[in-house]
Design a protein around this ligand. Structure first.
Ligand SMILES: [Zn+2]
Ligand SMILES: [Zn+2]
Length: 239
């Protein structure tokens, strides 16, 4: 495996993460990543930055320590219609756009309701990646989610943080394995995410590697192996 990118990470701006942009970039350089994505939580997560933070991201250099930076957000899916916690005008200013469910601002419904919420975000051409669709407290029909991701060119994430037993997500390891098996069956590319909340976790995929190994997941379906493929995918997905 030759991992070139990690695009789901958080800095102090998210309110419950502990490093600066510069510290994160330095670690990415140390880990020999070509691209680091920093995706602060959008409104809805207690203590995160306000919209003006995202408005002003243009002032930040897009390269540090030889690592390219993409600055964006992890936006909340708020309801069963897939409504997002950031307005389109602001989303359009971001280099990278992740959407995901967080129980701070989403009430889990039936499997149909949750699946619809995620599929509407998958269909939204502003969204590049769905974060951690692995939490058993918000059950999903993975067959439908994986097929929608393929159809609409949106990446599903395998999240190292979720699989960590210190995390409170339910059955995340089992659900990640199940989703990977479907991605293998339908030939759907996935993205690995560290979801680092501290610099030392940037590019850390140790637990993800275990599950990839367990399902004998094909390397060519892991988009982190190619920066060029990743950039092409992002372009393809958007308007
Ligand atoms: Zn998240
Ligand atoms: Zn995150």
């Amino acid at each position: 495996m030759n991992i070139e990118l990690d695009v789901h990470t958080h800095t102090v701006a998210s309110g419950h993460a502990y490093s600066s942009i510069r510290e994160m970039a330095k670690e990415a350089s140390k880990k020999k990543l070509k691209l680091l994505g920093i995706t602060e939580h959008a409104q809805g997560i207690p203590g995160t930055c306000s919209n003006i933070y995202f408005e002003n991201l243009r002032v930040v250099p897009r390269e540090m320590y030889g690592v390219e930076l993409m600055l964006g957000a992890e936006i909340n899916i708020l309801d069963y219609s897939g409504k997002l916690s950031m307005e389109d005008r602001l989303i359009d200013k971001l280099d990278i756009r992740i959407a995901g469910i967080h129980n701070h601002c989403y009430t889990p419904g039936t499997i149909e309701e949750n699946t619809n919420a995620v599929i509407q975000a998958i269909k939204n051409p502003r969204i590049d990646i769905i974060s951690h669709p692995d939490d058993g407290s918000c059950p999903l029909d993975y067959d439908l989610v994986v097929q929608a991701a393929k159809k609409y060119n949106t990446l599903l994430e395998i999240n190292n943080n979720s699989i960590n037993p210190i995390n409170r997500r339910i059955n995340a390891r089992e659900n990640s394995i199940y989703m990977l098996k479907l991605c293998k069956k339908y030939n759907v590319q996935i993205i690995l995410a560290s979801d680092a909340h501290v610099d030392t976790d940037v590019g850390r995929f140790n637990l993800v590697y275990e599950v990839l190994h367990e399902v004998d997941f094909p390397e060519e379906l892991i988009i982190n192996n190619s920066l060029i493929d990743f950039k092409n995918r992002i372009k393809l997905n958007r308007f």
